[in-house]
Design a protein around this ligand. Structure first.
Ligand SMILES: [Zn+2]
Length: 310
């Protein structure tokens, strides 16, 4: 039985189609960062490839190879290094590969990670193979922002939507998996609106690579109420929701650190308000909000908080 924290109904649905051996040939797993999309995708992949009666048995060669990302019948497609989008040529390659028969399992799984980064032509190319896939081919699409996908793609997939759990459920889960103090876990979960993945990032002090120094400079400019510099620094992060999300996450991490180390309550008060508001900006990323507008509002609101407390 799969456990997807706080998504019990969805777990039952998944169990049922696995037991009935009726796993849909195209599945879209959607949900915000940190909700367990990859855990679910990995479970489903094993359920597809495992040949045991109680698939996924988690002990056969298929399950084992899938676990160590070495199964020859799993192909992962994601934006290439340094690129923000899955290109149409990657999808054309995928289409060519779908006609190759499986190497060792009965099926081949094509896992399209960050499926919402496919542009329209890539999505149209995928559509062709989604419409009439070879019998041996299964697709799993993973996306944070389902609205970036064409309706024609969505309608050909069975959508599994993951949501964040209730606080008590998330708290019990992190407590069972880590040694952090309960008060710290609670604090992280509350600030991250019960999102387990993000709360774990905060607890583990994870910062995205590259944007850390930008986030620092951005925060400094905010403290100086210099909106012009803030907007200039944020410009490269307004090109995609994934980048914007990473940037805001880094900013939140830096601010949380500053609040923890600040003995000056005049300083930490506006930071706390900013921190709380950043969570709302981050949530709005899953809507269709224009990124330029989002950053414009963000910079104006941050400088306003600082100014009010000066
Ligand atoms: Zn197995």
């Amino acid at each position: 039985m799969i456990s997807i924290v706080g998504n019990d109904k969805l777990a039952v649905t998944v169990e049922n189609f696995i037991k009935a051996k009726r796993i849909p040939h195209a599945i879209l797993i959607e949900g915000e960062y940190g909700t367990g999309k990859h855990t679910l995708a990995s479970f489903l992949t094993k359920a597809i490839l495992c040949e045991s009666e109680n698939a996924p048995c988690l002990s056969c060669k298929h399950c084992h190879l899938a676990d160590i990302s070495s199964h020859p019948d799993i192909t992962v497609i994601a934006p290439e290094d340094g690129k923000k989008n899955i290109s149409v040529s990657q999808i054309r390659d995928l289409r060519d590969q779908t006609i190759v028969i499986p190497h060792s399992a009965l099926k081949r799984v094509f896992l399209i990670d960050c499926a919402d980064t496919m542009n329209q032509s890539a999505q149209n190319a995928l559509l062709k193979v989604l419409e009439e896939p070879p019998k041996t081919v299964m697709f799993i699409l993973i996306a944070e922002n389902k609205s970036a996908l064409l309706n024609t793609i969505i309608s050909r997939c069975v959508t599994l939507s993951l949501t964040t759990p209730e606080l008590s459920v998330a708290l019990d889960y992190i407590k069972s998996k880590t040694n952090f103090e309960e008060t710290l876990i609670k604090e992280a979960l509350t600030s991250e609106k019960n999102n387990i993945g993000r709360a774990l990032d905060v607890l583990n002090g994870v910062l995205s690579q590259g944007s850390e120094s930008d986030a620092k400079a951005f925060l400094k400019a905010a403290i100086d109420c210099d909106r012009y510099t803030m907007l200039k620094i944020a410009l490269p992060y307004q090109k995609s929701r994934i980048d914007a999300d990473k940037f805001i996450k880094d900013l939140k991490f830096l601010i949380a650190k500053k609040i923890r180390h600040s003995k000056n309550s005049y300083f930490s008060k506006p930071l706390l308000s900013i921190y709380e508001e950043l969570g709302d900006f981050q949530s709005s990323l899953i809507t269709n909000i224009n990124l330029n507008l989002l950053f414009s509002n963000l910079t104006s609101s941050m400088t306003e908080h600082i100014r009010r407390n000066k």
